[in-house]
Design a protein around this ligand. Structure first.
Ligand SMILES: *[C@@H]1O[C@H](CO)[C@@H](O)[C@H](O)[C@H]1NC(C)=O
Ligand SMILES: *[C@@H]1O[C@H](CO)[C@@H](O)[C@H](O)[C@H]1NC(C)=O
Ligand SMILES: *[C@@H]1O[C@H](CO)[C@@H](O)[C@H](O)[C@H]1NC(C)=O
Length: 185
């Protein structure tokens, strides 16, 4: 009898351990809250924010947003690159606004979107029309450009709001199309 109940306990512990990472039902992390609907809603909001809908910043990003991790940015002046320092929700909004400022059209198209638990990955194409403003860019104002990237968003398991963004984008392609110097080896 004693042997029997220990065995049942062991079986039940094993099942719990095997199940929780897959269905996201880990009560300690509240991951059960992050449904596909939540992920889709936040992904739509994220693209909408980049479309210039700045009002939804606080219903998309957590006040505890920590960091936009991304590749180093060429300065566009031919003297190397700078590290991203976007480390707060307000700084992220300013980053979006700075990005949009040089373009008269700035439209992200979602190519594919993937989600699991509290993480969303969005593969995008940016279709933009250059307005002007980058000091050494030779692209004529009014010309269009297009390049690709993938943004991965981590959501706070309790609120469902974005706490971290990892962005991998083809910056060499962007600067190439802008005709801006990135320096040479
Ligand atoms: C977002 O919240 C901050 C406070 O953290 C506030 O200063 C700002 O006005 C809010 N922005 C919008 C668009 O609601
Ligand atoms: C590049 O040159 C600009 C203008 O002279 C300067 O402000 C900036 O600090 C330089 N950046 C690097 C990474 O050397
Ligand atoms: C972006 O990716 C698409 C495939 O999704 C490809 O057809 C296109 O050439 C890429 N654009 C650039 C500028 O590399």
């Amino acid at each position: 009898m004693h042997f029997h109940s220990s065995l049942l306990l062991l079986v039940s512990l094993t099942l719990t351990a095997a199940r929780s990472p897959k269905d996201g039902a880990d009560p300690a992390n509240n991951l059960h809250f992050i449904t596909k609907e939540v992920r889709d809603h936040i992904a739509d909001n994220y693209i909408s924010l980049w479309d210039g809908n700045y009002d939804i910043i606080n219903s998309t990003f957590s006040p505890d947003f920590t960091m936009l991790y991304q590749d180093r940015f060429p300065t566009g002046l031919g003297n190397g690159s700078v590290l991203s320092d976007v480390d707060s929700r307000a700084a992220f909004l300013a980053f979006v606004q700075r990005g949009r400022a040089a373009f008269s059209q700035y439209e992200f198209k979602v190519v594919r979107k993937f989600g699991e638990d509290n993480v969303i990955a969005i593969r995008w194409i940016l279709d933009a029309v250059y307005k002007g403003g980058f000091p050494l860019a030779t692209l004529a104002p009014g010309a269009s450009l297009s390049y690709n990237g993938t943004d991965t968003l981590t959501l706070d398991p309790s609120s469902g709001l974005v706490v971290e963004v990892w962005s991998a984008q083809d910056l060499m392609n962007l600067f190439h199309q802008l005709g801006a110097p990135v320096g040479t080896l």
